[in-house]
Ligand binder design. Structure first.
Ligand SMILES: *[C@@H]1O[C@H](CO)[C@@H](O)[C@H](O)[C@H]1NC(C)=O
Length: 290
């Protein structure tokens, strides 16, 4: 699966072109609310909904995608955003909400990314965890609703025990920490949202590409929250908000494991621990643990 580095390259190569070409690039004024918390690249629009809610739109044209990234880096926390995905034909597009420690070898990353599809074919949600540059840990799901019809809430809980993925109020995955296995626990990460052209791999393994005749493609984000610790200077000690127990010790209870099992049984599209072809030397160690 594509790394943050690829993703960012895809966005920024095109940024140069878009400054000259695109009429959809509407850099919001420097005093926009978006810029207090985020930097942006490419086609990004900061707006208000009719109800007065702050909405950020990412726009994909042939010339460029769009991205916003938190200025703050975090080490553990609960991160949440509402997203309304591309309606109709979204084949070849990749829409993401993820955490990353940055580019380069040995980076850490926690991903929620949506791989688009032709109209009527299902979008896939890819979840992945990278530690020290190793990220072959995908669980991918079809969704039990139309993610373009309305906003839905996507949440990442990241603490020193596990990484938990949640869609609306349903937990779909817990990636557990084992003392002897790599885990993203030492590198602060920034929060990113991106929309880009993933034609070469995203939809049906790259066989189905973005239809540029239907561009521009728009994804809307709102209601971003980061209830999270920030590193003080280089790494520890952390500065944490009051009441971090909400998420710092969060692990799934029996009922929540029940929703994980439900999602796995009914909606799972891909599980790296079932992909023997990919791991000829044997499955990653965590695949055979509880
Ligand atoms: C797109 O639709 C096809 C056909 O239903 C399906 O096999 C595939 O998993 C879907 N999603 C992606 C991202 O290719």
């Amino acid at each position: 699966m594509a790394a943050a580095a690829l993703r960012r390259a895809a966005v920024s190569v095109a940024v140069l072109a878009v400054a000259l070409l695109s009429s959809f690039s509407s850099p919001a004024s420097a005093d926009s609310w978006l810029y207090e918390k985020f930097t942006t690249e490419g086609n990004v629009r900061a707006d208000y909904s009719a109800q007065g809610q702050q909405v950020t739109s990412l726009i994909l044209t042939r010339q460029s995608g769009g991205a916003f990234s938190s200025r703050q880096k975090y080490l553990y926390g609960e991160f949440s955003i509402q997203m309304k995905l591309i309606p109709g034909d979204s084949a070849g597009t990749v829409t993401s909400f993820y955490l990353s420690s940055g580019d380069g070898d040995g980076h850490d990353e926690i991903d929620m990314e949506f791989m688009g599809n032709r109209s009527g074919d299902p979008v896939v949600l890819n979840t992945n965890v990278w530690a020290n540059g190793d990220g072959k840990k995908e669980h991918q799901f079809y969704l039990w609703f139309d993610p373009a019809a309305d906003y839905h809430t996507y949440t990442i809980i990241w603490n020193d025990k596990n990484v938990i993925f949640k869609v609306d109020d349903l937990f779909i995955r817990s990636f557990k920490r084992y003392a002897d296995l790599p885990y993203p626990g030492a590198k602060p990460m920034a929060v990113h949202a991106t929309l880009w052209d993933g034609s070469y791999w995203a939809t049906q393994q790259g066989k189905v590409k973005v239809d540029w005749a239907a561009a521009p493609y728009v994804v809307s984000y709102r209601g971003y929250t980061a209830d999270a610790c920030v590193p003080d200077g280089e790494g520890r000690p952390l500065r944490c908000p009051a009441g971090t127990d909400r998420w710092m010790n969060r692990q799934l209870d029996a009922a929540e494991w029940g929703t994980v099992a439900w999602a796995k049984k009914n909606y799972m599209h891909y599980n790296y621990c079932d992909d023997g072809w990919r791991f000829p030397q044997g499955f990653p160690a965590e695949c055979s643990r509880n």
